[in-house]
Design a binder for this molecule. Structure first.
Ligand SMILES: CC(C)(COP(=O)(O)OP(=O)(O)OC[C@H]1O[C@@H](n2cnc3c(N)ncnc32)[C@H](O)[C@@H]1OP(=O)(O)O)[C@@H](O)C(=O)NCCC(=O)NCCS
Length: 202
């Protein structure tokens, strides 16, 4: 989910609210460029990012909300999800990142390991409507896997009418999907070379 407003909630541009500017600046890493040449940066989602998440969701189209959650979600319903979407982020079993371009937050991605098998994870990305289709989702998905450590398999549910999500996931490894009644259960075997590299580095 996303963010389109500058300094959402009164925070300095790009900074989690309540963090000193130097500390906030240290959180950012370069994440390369989008295919059109736009440089992008990424930082971990922080506990102070409540306003950023709320502002981002408020600016998201109904179509993108439905694509993300497989159903319509109101602002109030989203706010009730924050204990899961924000408070459980530990950057280990629940990795969450914010992507920036042109000094603005343009996307949020998260990877959550299954408690039943921590080598398997769900992965979800939301990019601001104005930035969709420009490569930002693919950058976030790659950054999530790069930072998460070893992940053998992604398991998630995607709308059958969401080719961008399906193609973004297919870039991560071998994708199988089982589609019925408008949704697809998706399994991605994270590509061997990338998975092995992360396992060795862990
Ligand atoms: C799904 C989403 C995260 C993808 O991010 P994005 O920045 O738009 O996607 P990218 O530009 O990185 O493109 C990813 C792939 O989808 C393709 N794609 C992008 N938009 C597309 C569209 N409208 N139709 C078909 N394919 C599309 C791209 O060509 C690319 O495929 P390729 O690598 O084979 O060339 C983003 O569109 C989004 O936030 N959608 C709403 C929320 C959502 O559906 N989240 C998914 C939950 S996992």
């Amino acid at each position: 989910m996303t963010v389109g407003t500058r300094g959402a909630g009164g925070a300095a541009e790009g900074s989690p609210e309540g963090l000193a500017p130097r500390r906030a600046a240290q959180l950012f890493s370069g994440a390369g460029r989008l295919p059109d040449g736009t440089p992008v940066r990424v930082r971990p989602l922080a506990a102070e990012d409540r306003s950023l998440l709320l502002a981002g969701f408020a600016s998201l189209s109904l179509g993108s909300r439905r694509s993300r959650f497989q159903q319509g979600v109101s602002d109030a319903q989203f706010e009730r999800m924050l204990p899961v979407l924000l408070d459980t982020v530990d950057q280990r079993s629940h990795v969450a990142l914010v992507l920036y371009a042109d000094g603005q937050p343009i996307g949020v991605g998260r990877l959550r390991r299954f408690t039943s098998d921590p080598d398997v994870a769900d992965l979800a990305v939301t990019v601001a409507d104005d930035w969709q289709g420009r490569g930002a989702g693919s950058v976030l998905a790659r950054e999530l896997l790069d930072r998460a450590g070893y992940v053998r398999e992604i398991q998630t549910v995607v709308g059958q009418d969401n080719p961008a999500s399906l193609r973004m996931l297919a870039r991560l490894g071998q994708l199988r999907s089982d589609c019925a009644h408008g949704t697809c259960d998706v399994i991605v075997q994270v590509s061997d070379s990338a998975a092995a590299r992360r396992r060795d580095a862990a």
